[in-house]
Ligand binder design. Sequence first.
Ligand SMILES: Nc1ncnc2c1ncn2[C@@H]1O[C@H](COP(=O)(O)OP(=O)(O)OP(=O)(O)O)[C@@H](O)[C@H]1O
Ligand SMILES: [Mg+2]
Length: 442
Amino acid sequence: MTEVQLQEFKLDPDSELRFEVESKNEKVVLEIKSGYAELFGTELVKGKPYEFHTGAKVAVFTWHGCTVELRGRTEVSYVAKETPMVVYLNVHAALEQQRVAAETENTRGPVTMIVGPGDVGKSTLTKLLLNYAVRMGRRPLYVDLDVGQGQISVPGTVGALLIERPASIEEGFSQQAPLVYHFGHKSPSDNLELYNTIVSRLAEVITEKCEGNKKERSTSQRAEVRDSRIREYFYGKRTPYYPHSFDVKFTDLKIYKVVERSTSQRAEVRDSRIREYFYGKRTPYYPHSFDVKFTDLKIYKVVERSTSQRAEVRDSRIREYFYGKRTPYYPHSFDVKFTDLKIYKVGAPSLPDSCMPLGMRREDALTKLVSVWPSPALQHRLLAVSFAAGPDDDVLTSNLAGFVCVTAVDMDTQKLTILSPQPRPLPNTVLLLSELQYMDNQ
Ligand SMILES: Nc1ncnc2c1ncn2[C@@H]1O[C@H](COP(=O)(O)OP(=O)(O)OP(=O)(O)O)[C@@H](O)[C@H]1O
Ligand SMILES: [Mg+2]
């Protein structure tokens, strides 16, 4: 047995503790002993143990100073004083300013696209900005166009998720009802035509939804709703109440001030401190918001991941889809007859223009549905379960219900064994073949 390594770090304000867990089957437990700290925008609760497993690369940041304890073996662990957090916070403040302006002018809030080379921390910055936005009471939409290392659903898809709560430290953002489209490959270059089709569809749906949301509830409408809730408390909804009105002498009143604050209230206080830093308290400050050229920014390459590490991350995202992260899921496994399945692949082999039917472009073949008859090659493949009712429906631009994985193909009995988040039967819809594979050995 290896002994558990215990490390304690005292962090000054504006610094971060970075650590990596590399050894196989290793687990590191982190605990905040005193002070306040956050992990990529999610607040860490003092005294609560958080587990990190092999492959984790973590940065615990503190605005106010804290003491952190690590239990377990870390390959790297050090405190860094130079962090990009102030730059990140500035971006958040600029976005918040645009949201406030959009609210008063009743226009659409800011849309931010984060791009950059591999492993510079794009996904992490996205998570942080989303976390800060929800902590300010916003409901941002997270759109992930990364088909290789995406954070929504499984790899090989693009999707959008409405964020209503900060990401959980161990489980990430709640994956309730994401909007997901099938791509089926690890890189956009594998089928640019299809990539453009689904990204355009995603943009259309999101634009409609944003317009709808805006119409649904303007700030004044929200105030009206609040108002009518209070009115209903006194006067009832359907069944009328008859409230009393009478005079009370000041001396007959005892008013208590409740000073106990909940974690969320504490978070709000911290939040408002940050707001005050930029906008002032009583004396208003006038912070500036301006565009910064990419070349003027110092972007740190936080880590470098090898191709095999990227493949492992993809694999573990699929495993988590079926088996859960910290909260375990219990997927089902069952057989399905070949004849009960409608499997399609997107993209027919490309033919020279001279062989194409009249009026068809060569690129059109890339978004054609091709029927697939099961064969042993399907083993370990992911199949996307489409909401499209049949192949004549708009299959490519239909949202996905979820995924199943083919764990065995029996050509003799003409049956597939399938791993599925839901019990049988498979919904009678179109299944789309993904290039992504998952070896189920749990
Ligand atoms: N500020 C930071 N300090 C320390 N580690 C960080 C920081 N930002 C990100 N990381 C870690 O670096 C790794 C890569 O970050 P991330 O996945 O955000 O990069 P990316 O640019 O989205 O990469 P990809 O191109 O693969 O999508 C992650 O494990 C993340 O936890
Ligand atoms: Mg990323």
